[in-house]
Design a protein around this ligand. Structure first.
Ligand SMILES: Nc1ncnc2c1ncn2[C@@H]1O[C@H](COP(=O)(O)OP(=O)(O)OP(=O)(O)O)[C@@H](O)[C@H]1O
Ligand SMILES: [Mg+2]
Ligand SMILES: [Zn+2]
Length: 683
């Protein structure tokens, strides 16, 4: 494997300093000059933080291979380094890591890490066998390790374990290890294959890489440069790595393999799932199901998916991920795995596995790559079994900075002036999954200071916010939103957050609370800000109650962002500009003084590896914020329509959802197609 990158005409260990030309020989006889060259190279190495590969090529250009040969080491552990071909060798005298050493003495450099000696010491082969192997090695040019395996003197496993002991690097048996394809694919396949290695785990900025040759410093360098992570090598067998590579990059992915395992399960998974007993040791037939469930979750977390859908149909089981707001099929396990997967998820969420006729809600707390992940689990009986939806709540990815959500500067100003009032009501609206909860949590964290008593009624509590009193509602025991709100008023709050207003009773108490000196924040499932007024009055709230209590109503959507790696500009045609209603007046309202109808551009993503060929990556919010003004009050009190309210709000300076999205398109954050997709039907 590694031979391919080495020049076969160049000696592998260049032990001594043998300058060819007579003049040069005279110079180099002096150790002083040698030391000088060494120091200069060392300074270059340290100063410019060169990669080992660059350093080695630098050395090779300073000392051309023909004629002048020098033993040179780049040290990467206490006692090991690599020579100019990148090959590992022993470095005497306990050096510092990253140091560049030039060995002038043949004896010093000749002390290679001897794999053969280790084989002898461990009594695995005789001196005679070693001799034979060394001869064969000379002929074939292969590694000694490979030769002794071919001669059936030792197994692959034994060789790897010897290497592990010798180098004090852990050994990993990949045949018992489930390599997460997402982690593996951090590296392009050709690189992994070239160096015979595979990334197997990532914690923070450390990437554990299973390597056939853990001393292949060029491989380590390539991986760390490619991923930007610190590489921690572990030893594995070549066949183990090959199999893992096949799983991760090949046709039959690990998921398909697991699914095959499930197909082959002897136990009939369609039988009663209630027979999985948590207290019993899992029998080996359950292992594929557990591994599959873990994989479904860890893959989703890795891909920054917001929801996992597991849905049975007549013939198959479909697993879909919602990523950046769009559902995509992730895998299709066999139908007969459905019952077992459902049971496993129920066990994880501490739900009743015997209950299959009623909906259930639960929560799973797990650790994925050292990150604490919460899953909000909802199970709904459907005609073909039970449909599971899991919302991924990743505390570490929660955005709680209002500035980071994507508000336009003016809009943010308006929203902030609402939440900074001492009393009144602020409503955040939008359809499911439009980011309402995130906005509310961000608003609360801005307001969360020592002088304020903040209390929330939520169903469910999604994220824990330090310093805020969060109450989990339990309608089944009578603790619904109205009940929670009533008791809050006796808790001397400054700010109250109610998860959602969906009925007259909640609306009435929330509005009353906001009129008696409290700031109330809540959400409503409506499409836009002006339409929210009608929704509240339809719940039976008097218009004058609305006009006196409401401070601001915000509506929002999430638009997908263009992938930064493959973004390109498009010069729009005049009719397109007209079609989107882009006029000088609009450009002025959007506060984009540098843009005119002549120079504006649209943007799009070509699609690359970074964005899964979609051209889009990540999301950002678009917002409209209606502020209650005197004139708006008059219109509402005189029974004006939603259209009247909207016109007035826009007159009062509100940017609409469409305008907010358009502004992001003109700034190159999103595409014009996305603006249309997300704000279809909006004004
Ligand atoms: N401004 C934002 N930019 C990018 N992503 C966001 C933004 N706001 C929310 N998200 C992400 O969108 C997803 C849905 O957000 P959130 O739970 O806040 O929506 P919601 O409207 O409260 O949904 P539901 O109606 O289901 O309660 C989450 O994964 C969240 O991290
Ligand atoms: Mg929510
Ligand atoms: Zn891209």
């Amino acid at each position: 494997m590694r031979q391919s990158r080495m020049n076969p005409h160049r000696p592998i260990v260049e032990a001594c300093f043998k300058p060819a030309s007579g003049m040069f020989r005279e110079y180099c006889k002096s150790l002083y000059i040698l030391k000088l060259i060494y120091n200069i190279l060392n300074i270059i190495y340290q100063l410019f933080l060169l990669s080992t590969k660059t350093l080695i090529s630098l050395i090779n250009s300073v000392f051309p291979a023909n004629g002048t040969t020098v033993a040179i080491c780049v040290v990467y552990s206490k006692s090991a380094g690599s020579d100019r071909t990148g090959r590992c060798m022993a470095v005497p005298g306990g050096r510092r890591k990253g140091e560049f050493v030039m060995l002038s003495n043949a004896q010093e450099a000749g002390k290679k890490l001897r794999f053969g000696d280790a084989l002898l010491q461990e009594g695995l082969i005789s001196a005679e066998q070693l001799q034979q192997a060394l001869e064969l090695q000379k002929k074939s040019g292969k590694r000694l390790g490979a030769v002794v395996i071919e001669m059936h003197l030792v197994t692959e496993q034994e060789t790897a374990q010897i290497l592990s002991r010798q180098l004090k690097i852990p050994f990993i048996d990949l045949s018992n290890y489930l390599v997460d394809p997402i982690i593996a694919r951090l590296l392009p396949e050709h690189l992994a294959k070239r160096h015979m290695l595979i990334p197997i785990n990532k914690v923070g900025n450390r990437l554990t890489v299973a390597m056939f040759d853990p001393l292949n410093i060029i491989g380590i360098d390539d991986v760390s440069m490619m991923t930007g992570l610190v590489v921690k090598p572990v030893v594995a067998t070549q066949s183990g790595i090959q199999k893992a590579l096949q799983d991760a990059y090949g046709e039959g992915t690990i998921t398909e393999k697991l699914i095959d395992d499930i197909e082959g399960m002897s136990r009939n998974a369609e039988g009663s799932p209630a027979d999985i007993d948590l207290n019993q040791d899992l029998d080996e037939n359950d292992a594929p199901i557990i591994r599959l469930c873990n994989l479904i979750i860890s893959q989703a977390v890795q891909n920054q998916v917001s929801d996992i859908h597991i849905e049975p149909s007549e013939k198959e089981l479909r697993i879909r991920y919602r990523q950046d707001g769009i559902l995509q099929t992730a895998m299709v396990p066999p139908r007969k795995a459905a019952a077992a997967i459902t049971s496993r998820i129920k066990i994880m969420a501490s739900l009743n596995i015997a209950e299959k006729r009623l909906p259930q809600d639960g929560r799973i707390k797990i650790k994925v790559n050292q990150r604490n992940i919460d899953l909000r689990v909802s199970i709904l009986p459907v005609i073909w079994g039970e449909k599971i939806v899991m919302r991924i709540l990743d505390q570490s990815s929660l955005k709680v900075n209002l500035e980071d959500l994507g508000f336009e500067p003016v809009t943010l100003q308006r929203f902030k002036s609402g939440i900074q009032s001492p009393y009144g009501i602020v409503l955040v609206t939008g359809p499911t999954g439009s980011g309402k909860t995130t906005t509310l949590y961000s608003a609360l964290s801005t307001l969360n200071t020592n002088e304020r008593n903040i209390i929330t009624a939520e169903d469910p509590v999604e994220y824990m916010l330090a310093g805020i009193n969060q109450v989990q509602c339990r309608p089944e025991i009578g603790l619904d939103f109205p009940a929670a709100l009533r008791s809050f008023l006796r808790q001397d709050p400054n700010i109250i957050m109610v998860g959602e207003i969906r009925d007259h009773e909640t609306a009435e108490i929330a509005i009353k609370a906001s009129m008696t000196g409290h700031l109330v924040l809540s959400t409503l499932h409506t499409n836009d800000a002006p339409g929210t007024i009608g929704r509240i009055t339809n719940m039976g709230i008097e218009p004058f109650m609305v006009t006196t209590s409401v401070l601001v109503i915000q509506a929002q959507r999430l638009v997908r962002k263009i992938c930064k790696e493959c973004k390109y500009e498009i010069r729009p045609r005049a009719e397109q500009i007209a079609q989107f209603g882009i006029t000088p007046e609009i450009l002025r309202r959007l506060e984009l003084p540098h843009l005119t109808e002549k120079n504006l551009l649209f943007y799009r993503g070509k699609g690359c590896d970074c964005c899964n060929k979609t051209g889009m990556k990540g999301r950002v919010g678009v917002y409209e914020v209606l502020t209650m003004t005197e004139r708006l009050r008059d219109i509402i009190l005189s029974g004006g329509s939603t259209d009247d309210i909207r016109r007035q709000a826009i007159d009062d300076g509100m940017l609409s959802l469409r305008e907010s999205a358009l502004r992001k398109a003109l700034l190159g954050m999103t595409s014009i197609e996305e603006v249309i997709r997300v704000t279809m039907g909006e004004h």
